[in-house]
Design a protein around this ligand. Structure first.
Ligand code: PEP
Length: 252
């Protein structure tokens, strides 16, 4: 069954103490409210083990923000999928636009990251989305289609059932400019139709497609009310437990 999901991408923020405080506040908040979604926190790599301990005792799920496409070896500074698996990490963001932009990650490299995560039983949260220039040129559907085809569509149906897709228009990330509910719905329906074409309607009905890009407590409800928007990948607003929990409460 398709799941509603709210995932927080903490990016490179918080000291260890602050991270522990934030996760603690989220977990306590989740105990008080019965949320109609799965909640995932994606803290920096250094804090994953601590966060994973919280997940053992509560309903929160933990994701990493990145993974190496290599299994092990001389790749200074990288984190490998077996390392994430060894501290029970359940999800991993793949292909965030900041990784594509600052670390020049390609669709081909992202396909390898998806594969190695699945090999280790970790579910990829695969980010796709166009930059402003691409939307202005009206090639945003082509861009997203290519990202999905080149990084995900080599998977078989069984493997694909472990994927969460996050549509994140790059022009909306961290800018305060949100896609309109209509723009989000239009792209999410398009993504779902591509998945249906490739894998059939059972798979496309079951995949969760999240929206990301300046989602906040004020706009989450109208975004999530769309039939193909199954939740959000939240950046800035995930750094305050109160805001994050309000977003996670936005499902009717
Ligand atoms: C993100 O980086 O995934 C994101 C959606 O950021 P923000 O919510 O801050 O726009």
């Amino acid at each position: 069954m398709r799941k509603n999901i709210v995932a927080g991408n903490w990016k490179m923020n918080k000291t260890f103490q602050e991270a522990e405080e934030l996760i603690d506040q989220i977990v306590v908040g989740m105990e008080k409210n019965s949320l109609k979604c799965e909640v995932i926190a994606c803290p920096p790599a250094l804090y994953l083990e601590m966060a994973s301990d919280y997940a053992e005792e509560s309903r929160i799920h933990i994701g990493a923000q990145n993974v190496s496409e290599h299994e092990k070896g001389a790749f200074t500074g990288e984190t490998a999928a077996p390392m994430l698996a060894s501290v029970d990490i359940e999800y991993c963001i793949v292909g965030h636009s900041e990784r594509r932009k600052y670390f020049h990650e390609t669709n081909e490299q992202l396909a390898k990251k998806v594969d190695i995560l699945l090999d280790y039983g970790i579910k990829p949260i695969f980010c796709c989305g166009e930059v402003l220039e691409e939307r202005e040129k009206e090639i945003h559907f082509d861009v997203v289609k290519k990202q999905l085809e080149e990084s995900l569509f080599h998977l078989n149906e069984d493997e694909f059932s472990n994927i969460v897709v996050a549509y994140e228009p790059v022009w909306a990330i961290g800018t305060g400019k949100t896609a309109s509910p209509e723009q989000a719905q239009e792209m999410h329906a398009f993504i779902r139709s591509l998945i249906a074409e490739k894998y059939g309607t059972k798979t496309s009905d079951e995949v969760s497609i999240l929206y990301g890009g300046s989602c906040n407590p004020g706009n989450a409800k109208t975004l999530f009310a769309n039939k193909d928007v199954d939740g959000g990948l939240i950046g800035g607003a995930s750094l305050k437990a109160e805001d994050f929990l309000k977003i996670a409460s936005a499902f009717e």
